[in-house]
Design a protein around this ligand. Sequence first.
Ligand SMILES: Cc1cc2nc3c(=O)[nH]c(=O)nc-3n(C[C@H](O)[C@H](O)[C@H](O)COP(=O)(O)OP(=O)(O)OC[C@H]3O[C@@H](n4cnc5c(N)ncnc54)[C@H](O)[C@@H]3O)c2cc1C
Length: 405
Amino acid sequence: MPRIIVLGAGFAGLWAALGAARKRDEVGAPAADVEILVIDRNPYHNIRVRNYEVDISEAAIPLAGLLDPVGIRHRVAEVRAVDPVKQQVSVTTKGGSEIVGYDRLVLALGSELAHPAIPGLAASGFDVDTYAAAVRLDEHLAGLGKQVDAEGVATVVIVGGGFTGIEVATEMPGKLDKAGVSGKRRIILVDPNSVVGATFGENARPVVSEALTALGVETRLHARVTAIDAGTVTLSSGEIIPTRTVVWCGGMRASPVVQTLPVERDRLGCLHVDRFMRLTGATNIFAAGDVASCVVDGEHATVMSCQFARPMGRFAGNNVVADLFGQPMLPLDIDWYVTVLDLGSWGALHTVGWDRQLHASGAAAKATKQIINRERIYPPRTGARADLLAAAAPTVQKPPPTGRR
Ligand SMILES: Cc1cc2nc3c(=O)[nH]c(=O)nc-3n(C[C@H](O)[C@H](O)[C@H](O)COP(=O)(O)OP(=O)(O)OC[C@H]3O[C@@H](n4cnc5c(N)ncnc54)[C@H](O)[C@@H]3O)c2cc1C
């Protein structure tokens, strides 16, 4: 029986697996004739974009409820390596090491937060890159809430003024409220650039500044973190800030597993795929999501985002089965790009276009953000086979609904 393995059950992997099951149905192949196997280190699908939120109780959805109804097998294992010549994947489980062979492979292992060798970062830093890390941060904050007011207890330093850092900083007042952290609160956002949100258009950037000011978030620009310990963080300016909580948001890199493949990658370690999600320079391998990059509108390459990971996954899943059965594959074309950045209780920022021009802000943009985070990017949770397969059709959603302030 041919085996399709999907590595990763995030936004790309989940939709690749469901897309493959849908196409398997379409070609009339019973599940018993074509195995689809998903391998992930976790038994859940993480709605990763929600990991910064005050309430992350809905951010981890058990895979069994999403994959079992459509006849997709799933295993909890750590993927160590891929051998594209032998068509094998090396994994480790609690039981030890194992080699699993494939006929077709979909790489969807996503990205990881880059961790530079800053003294103390590994031991004392927090992040929201994964669901487990987000839970760890929330537990730490809850622990601080039980402590008497002491130096640095109510100070949170967030490092990195990109999208994730801004979302963590602006959500932090709500997180501290929930954790019951009292005393003189300080939330400080550190970034080496001269502005926060440097990649936004000129008319959008002031919105971020307005929200940070309104929420009392301090900034330290032109600054890098040089050392972290359990009680302080030291900046390149020489400033030492007493804090128990440093949240690292220093940028993402494609999964380390794919870095050993003998193919070309971009500066973030992403693999090049064609419009059908086929890995350039390899056979029988497809890739989708943060681990890959392709040109979607004849001009722009995908960026690491769930906005692209989900359709890339659906098309990869469809095409991997089409390829196996010698049927025509479908090219992915996406003619729109938006960003919707959460700005905590202040609202949100909605930009349109690759130059990230302001479209909406405040409450109107927040309504859009909540629709995205709470509905639009969720798989059906009915447990119904028909719902899951219908949602995996290889189509591209329309841009999210918009509102203007
Ligand atoms: C806090 C935060 C906020 C974000 N906000 C936005 C946003 O507003 N909009 C947006 O478009 N994007 C946002 N992103 C980015 C978005 O989450 C990613 O682009 C998206 O998750 C990529 O999907 P993916 O499937 O490629 O990777 P992931 O969703 O990360 O999935 C990868 C999967 O692979 C598994 N895995 C990885 N390595 C291994 C291994 N070695 N062995 C076994 N399993 C492994 C992981 O457990 C995971 O399930 C945000 C990210 C973060 C962290």
